[in-house]
Design a protein around this ligand. Structure first.
Ligand SMILES: [Zn+2]
Length: 239
């Protein structure tokens, strides 16, 4: 949206839209929800005094399908379930925490390695449709450095049940990156990080089957393809 009156915050379903600045002008960066229907979609952005609606024609991208077979889940204990619940809540709270800064949304790839998973793949677990893959996987040796893809502030780190050791970074105005399954974390909550700075190393912690980085990126609380920010594609809208 190129509108010089973007001087207040806009929300999409209660989630802050990221405002970026280019050539001194503010723009809203919107992450299209993965499950949007093909064809015309109307999205409403709520500001302090007005609501902006944007009509986007969505084309379906054909994502790959991946079959994953495993032996029956081990039933989780009550203490594991409690832990997962608590960790989920901490993540939700950290995602909502604001960091007022215009992001540099021209990202660099955080790990030098081999791509083993891409954004959007529809996963089937033992034949049952599951979640889509919400990030970009890069395999590398345990201990390989992970570089911040852009400047940002560390909002949360931890060693969680699913994520393993992870870092959540807010690149500014709630453009968020998550780095999962790390071996070592070299930044602390609240640190301001520079693009290219080493934030930790590749590992195999949490729900992971080999050393790799799972990197996911969120805009307005929706996962987007991290590579869209590495190879920025600009779409001009008329309204
Ligand atoms: Zn992954």
């Amino acid at each position: 949206m190129d509108d010089s009156e973007i001087n207040s915050e806009y929300y999409y379903k209660n989630h802050l839209l990221t405002t970026v600045k280019e050539d001194g002008k503010p723009y809203l960066l919107f992450g299209i929800p993965y499950n949007s229907d093909r064809g015309a979609n109307i999205y409403s952005f709520t500001g302090k005094e007005n609501i902006k609606t944007v009509r986007l024609n969505i084309q379906k991208k054909n994502f790959d399908i991946q079959e994953i077979r495993f032996n029956k889940y081990k039933k989780k204990s009550q203490s594991e379930l409690d832990r997962i619940y608590k960790e989920r809540k901490e993540i939700v709270d950290a995602k909502k925490t604001k960091y007022d800064s215009y992001p540099d949304y021209n990202f660099i790839i955080p790990v030098d390695g081999i791509v083993t998973g891409v954004y959007g793949t529809q996963r089937y677990y033992n034949g049952k449709k599951g979640n889509y893959h919400n990030g970009h996987d890069i395999a590398a040796d345990t201990g390989a450095p992970i570089y911040a893809p852009s400047d940002g502030k560390v909002m949360l780190t931890g060693h969680y049940y699913y994520n393993g050791k992870f870092v959540m970074m807010n690149h500014g105005n709630n453009l968020i990156s998550m780095f999962l399954h790390m071996d070592d974390i070299l930044v602390a909550k609240g640190s301001i990080v520079k693009k290219g700075q080493v934030i930790g190393s590749v590992g195999n912690t949490g729900l992971s089957t080999g050393p790799h980085l799972h990197w996911s990126v969120l805009l307005n609380n929706h996962y987007v393809d991290p590579l869209a920010l590495v190879n920025k594609v600009k779409v001009k809208l008329d309204n």
